[in-house]
Design a protein around this ligand. Structure first.
Ligand code: ADP
Length: 454
């Protein structure tokens, strides 16, 4: 993709991660007089190697700069504006992000009608809903390009062409940097307290998310939490086209369609599926329903890494490594019966104090990493035992042995089976490079257990 809305104009770009670099190339290809920078010398060197003009923007001449393109990872307002944002403001340059450039390009090329755009936000479930929506559209025979906060940066998506549908996951930071956001379909899944440090207040965080649905031709929203209920009411009062996916009929339909798909277990996925269904309808994609038969879900999010058959009962290995805090571990803990729960790593503030009511299906907990002592104290009064295991491998070994013993003792219903669940409620950095490596280690061990038994 080429971004030509700044052709012949002076533009600065700060933040050269993968999306920043792709955006810079698209701007340069589109003819902007571009200078880029990043505080990380490696990133700046990579930009230079890619043929871009990279130089420190602090001492640069900001005169005549039309825009500062900011990476969404760089603070725009909170906790305090980044120095590049301050300099841009002083120079009278607008501050925008890659999603804004994408919207302007779509408009410039006259593709707003021909290329429907589905934008998805919410505190939780964005990636699942985005991937599912793109998958269902493809199952309906439509060309769908997916990106934004998931997968490819927008600058790397296929060029606008009639009939192509764009499905974009947008974080609140990205929305903040997109003043002319105007999707064909806007999806708001839910709003719960998160990232307040970067938005100053919960009210501001909710207002940023509201903008995405308020600007959409069709707004899809769930009324399950109080902030979303208020927004839904406002949109309806303003006479907008609104689909409420928490209405009973919509929930029933989502439940029927996801029936039997292991990648969409749990009540929260009814919300994600309901939103994807409504989006497919809004763009007139007939036959999308068949996509539910083969949607595989996303890696490391309640992903089934293997199933071991033990005396007629299934022991499922569930990789939920992406759950790096208590709140995101809760859905998995609610989605299975007879859970052998592997938790721990580098703890987040608040630990797992909030999980009390979500632990009803836990048979035993296996604690790993730096959080083990802390979590053991938190769990001391639960009905199940919590043991400290140190490593993931040791935790799995004990968990599998316990599940097999419980099945052998007739304590587990064969139809319900058991789940060896890695949903750590912690960051991974004490023992792994990232949550993906932690999930891959779990999956590799799971495969070994499954192979041994087959
Ligand atoms: P995001 O992209 O918003 O982080 P994901 O689709 O990657 O969301 O899901 C991350 C985790 O959040 C999942 O593993 C699950 O635990 C939880 N989750 C997913 N969808 C929802 C939802 N609709 N409501 C609440 N929690 C959800």
């Amino acid at each position: 993709m080429r971004f030509s809305s700044f052709a012949g104009q002076k533009v600065f770009l700060f933040g050269l991660g993968s999306s920043g670099l792709a955006t810079a190339k698209a701007l340069a290809d589109g003819g902007a007089e571009l200078t880029v920078w990043d505080d990380n010398p490696k990133a700046a060197a990579a930009a230079k190697a890619a043929g871009l003009r990279a130089q420190d923007l602090r001492p640069a001449d900001w005169g005549g700069v039309k825009a500062l393109i900011l990476s969404p990872g760089v603070p725009l307002t909170h906790p305090k504006p980044h120095w590049s944002a301050e300099l841009a403001k002083a120079a009278g340059a607008e501050i925008i992000g890659d999603i804004e450039l994408f919207f302007r390009q779509r408009r410039l090329e006259g593709m707003e009608r021909d290329c429907p755009l589905i934008a998805i936000t919410g505190t939780n479930g964005k990636s699942t809903t985005t991937a599912l929506t793109a998958h269902l559209l493809r199952a309906a025979g439509r060309r769908a390009e997916m990106g934004g906060n998931i997968g490819k940066p927008v600058a790397e998506l296929a060029d606008f062409a009639p009939g192509q549908i764009y499905v974009l996951e947008l974080s609140s930071y990205q929305i903040d940097l997109t003043p002319s956001l105007k999707p064909t379909v806007g999806i708001l899944l839910n709003i719960t307290p998160d990232h307040i440090d970067r938005h100053g207040s919960f009210a501001h965080y909710a207002a940023v998310k509201e903008r995405l649905v308020a600007a959409a031709e069709t707004a899809i929203i769930s009324a399950e939490d109080a902030p979303c209920r208020v927004i839904l009411g406002r949109l309806e009062a303003a006479g907008k086209k609104v689909v409420n996916i928490s209405a009973a009929a919509a929930e029933r339909e989502a439940e029927t369609l996801i029936n039997g798909n292991n990648a969409l277990r749990g009540r929260h996925n009814r919300q994600n599926a309901g939103a994807a269904i409504a989006a497919c309808r809004a763009v007139g994609a007939a036959g999308f329903e068949r996509g539910f038969a083969d949607f595989r879900g996303l890696p490391h999010r309640m992903e089934e890494a293997g199933v071991l058959d033990f005396r007629g009962a299934a022991i499922r290995f569930i990789n939920d490594s992406k759950a790096t805090n208590a709140e995101s571990a809760a859905p998995a803990l609610r989605s299975f019966k007879h859970i052998y729960w592997i938790a721990g790593g580098r703890p987040k503030a608040g630990g797992i104090d909030s999980l009390g009511k979500d632990l009803a299906h836990v048979e035993k907990a296996y604690l790993i990493g730096e959080a083990a002592d802390d979590f053991a104290r938190t769990l001391a009064n639960e009905k199940f035992a919590a043991v400290k295991c140190g490593t993931l491998a040791a935790a799995m070994q004990q968990a599998v042995a316990d599940a097999e013993a419980d099945i052998a003792a007739g304590e587990i219903d064969a139809v319900e089976g058991a789940a060896i669940l890695l949903s750590p409620a912690c960051a991974s950095f004490d023992q792994f490079n990232n949550f993906e490596e932690r999930g891959a280690a779990f999956a590799a061990l799971a495969r070994q257990y499954c192979r041994k038994n087959s």
